[in-house]
Ligand binder design. Sequence first.
Ligand SMILES: [Zn+2]
Length: 273
Amino acid sequence: MSSHAHMARREFVRTALGMLAAAPFAARSLAQDTAGLEDRIEFRRLVAANRILAHEEVVDAFGHVSVRDPENPGRYVMARSRSPELVEHADLIRFEQDGRSLDPGNRRPYGERMIHGAIYEARSDVDAVVHNHAYPLLPFGITGRALEPMVHTASVIGPEVPIWDIAARFDDTDMLVRSMEQGRDLAATLGDNTCVLMRGHGAVVTASSLKAAVMTAIYLKLNAEVQLQAMAIGTPRGLSDREIELSRATQFSPLALDRAWEYFCVRAGVDPI
Ligand SMILES: [Zn+2]
């Protein structure tokens, strides 16, 4: 055997031994990857919603989306603490409404999950919630200037978008919603509205489905951009209450909602489901 052949054989043996040694770790990581929730269309849509909201720059490294648990309306499902663009099925965790994690792997949850639980608790008509820090929304929450539907696609945000100021009841904080008490205070300001702005922080969007929540969150941001531009060149004239009502019915029709969902899924590189 030539010395070259010797070296090649030794290299092969070393590689094979290395693979054997690595095998238990590979098996463990595969088990973790498949440790997520059962495969349901709602959960596949939740993963898609995460990717879409990231792609449309509604969320960035921060922000999250949840869905009410189809198995148990007193629970909800959202990803472990991870940037939405990176969320996969295996990242999904079930939570009790009060924020207690039901994750057997005890992975780190989002610190602001109480926003979601408090809204599901207060609003039986809400089955999906988005929390985001989209930059065009922030000037409205900071100044108190009313954010109103300016364009028909944004009629889905509803006629009124209240502003919640965490300092009104909780004084100086790190601005994050970290307790059910704070979440419930936010839900009270949301009231029967679809969206609520949070001073110096962001917004919460609610809807009866993930598709509607995603569409509303995207057009809330777009509306803020348009209103800011309009305010820079004149006095904007928004939609009337009746226009909002009529346009909202059109935007939430299955035709429009499914078309938008397919479009946003394909843009984000996920299967339209
Ligand atoms: Zn936040």
